[in-house]
Write a protein of this length. Sequence first.
Length: 375
Amino acid sequence: MPHIPAITGTGVFTPEQVITNAELVTAFNAYAERYNAEHADEIAAGTLEAKAPSSEEFIVKASGIEQRYVVDKSGILDPTRMYPALRQRSDDEPSLMAEMALDAAQKALAMAGRKGEDIDLVICAASNMERAYPAVAVEIQSLIGAGGFAFDMNVACSSATFGIQAAADMVRAGSAHRALVVNPEICSGHLEWRDRDCHFIFGDVATATIIEPADEAKGGYFEIRSTRCATEFSNNIRNNNGFLRRSRPDGVADRRDMQFMQNGRKVFKEVVPMVSQHIMSHLGEEHVEPDQLKRLWLHQANKSMNDFIGRKVLGREPAPGEQPNILQDYANTSSAGSIIAFAKNSEDFAEGDLGLICSFGAGYSVGSVLLERHG
Ligand code: COA
């Protein structure tokens, strides 16, 4: 008999440092002023465009984001630098992604009543990996003392739900018994803090999820009724950084496309219908009416995007608490966002309550996980 996979624990690691919109805008505007002064001649000659200032009002109105947690704010807020300043770690100490994931993993293990040695599959699913190899997941496997095997996967903002699907399928099939899926997202490392169109978007965080056979859960659990993943190629969210960088004509030059780039308006317009349709067909195939869902835990990129999706899926204005947002505090944390929303807003679920996690983003990609509470 195949096992029924269930989520029995979740954990969130939140960095200590916070950047408010006010701090972010002050730093950006100081940077823009410096840039404009340094390039005054080209700007006057019309060969270069002056940098326009950012505004707190725009950020809140366009995105709903009020602040973000980051692993280092000093480098980001330094107008002469505008990206995090992280110390070089020796190969003998944990990498930053592994350290963040470990904190979240320990919380998830404690919630599930499990130890690291009980895990035999670790998936590190995130938008970026700190190094090419060895896989960060294998390092995390070693840090928690897990057995079995581990691997990294990257489906950008949808990495968490794709990771949960992979883990759930393996637990169901028996190729793994108990899985840890971690999503350490150091988005501050790939955000272009010098671009006012997107400098407010991302924050850092790590999330963790334990997936094991439902009949072995030590307490209440969320049965994974089913998962659905879909992808459709698009260049509207893209980052061209990669291992071939030094081989190209301008090598390691400071190029805009080496950081996160997006055509925000197009993303908004194309991804909202794709995600709404995806959720509705997933529910339809499961014979679940949208009104039977107690909660949607959506990807946390933009408040209006979530409002649109909620309205489309439910066919009405979502009631307070039906699709909780955490993006006002965390900003967009890539794949981790929907898991933070789930981890922080699922304690009130009672026997038989249904909810759906959905993440979406670059690729394009979208993943949904239908959950039913038991115990
Ligand atoms: N401060 C002040 N004004 C700004 C600004 C800032 N920081 N950034 C942009 N503006 C200006 C623009 O220059 C533009 O001016 P114009 O109308 O004179 O040309 C105007 O504000 C509107 O800019 P636009 O980029 O069209 O804003 P938007 O309403 O589309 O909101 C996003 C921008 C990114 C919040 C929105 O497009 C979005 O949420 N997109 C997709 C979701 C996402 O973030 N995905 C991330 C990966 S999953």
